[in-house]
Ligand binder design. Structure first.
Ligand code: GDP
Ligand code: MG
Length: 138
């Protein structure tokens, strides 16, 4: 089995709420390796590329607005099946519905705003992991 890499983002809500350490702790406690890490406020251009699959959807504009509203922490994480494994750690997209025990389920909620503020992003396939790591760790 070959080692895999994924892109994880601690989104602006996670950074603003002081949950970066808790989220990194969960990644490491699961046994994945943090291979690289950077904090930045992402440009709209970078985010539009990152979320290109969602262009045209009603939440696209609010999503770009939210994601550029403050610093994020970008993480290159490594481990066997880390792509699937981190998605499982993160929980389902809607933090209200996300299972307890997951990052979104334990730490997230509905804040009544235009976009689901759900603390983290994780690549969803080997193809998107490769593409997204290229964008955030160019
Ligand atoms: P993810 O892969 O679980 O992050 O979910 P998606 O790739 O489907 O969506 C990207 C991000 O857009 C999500 O993490 C949410 O922040 C936001 N989002 C997705 N779907 C919706 C939606 O139906 N409504 C709202 N308001 N935001 C959404
Ligand atoms: Mg996605």
């Amino acid at each position: 089995m070959s080692t895999e890499e994924t892109l994880i983002l601690v989104k602006p809500d996670g950074v603003a709420r002081g949950l970066t350490g808790e989220i990194l702790r969960r990644i490491e406690a699961k046994g994945y390796r943090i291979a690289d890490l950077r904090m930045l406020t992402a440009s709209r251009e970078l985010l539009a590329e990152h979320y290109e699959e969602h262009e045209g959807k009603p939440f696209f504009e609010p999503l770009i607005e939210f994601m550029s509203s403050g610093p994020v922490v970008a993480v290159r994480a490594e481990g066997n099946r880390v792509i699937e494994g981190f998605r499982a750690l993160a929980g389902t997209t809607d933090p209200t519905a996300a299972a307890p025990g997951t990052i979104r389920g334990d730490l997230g909620r509905d804040w009544g705003v235009a976009v689901q503020q759900n603390l983290v992003h994780g690549s969803d396939s080997t193809l998107s992991a490769e593409r997204e790591l290229g964008l955030w760790f160019a």
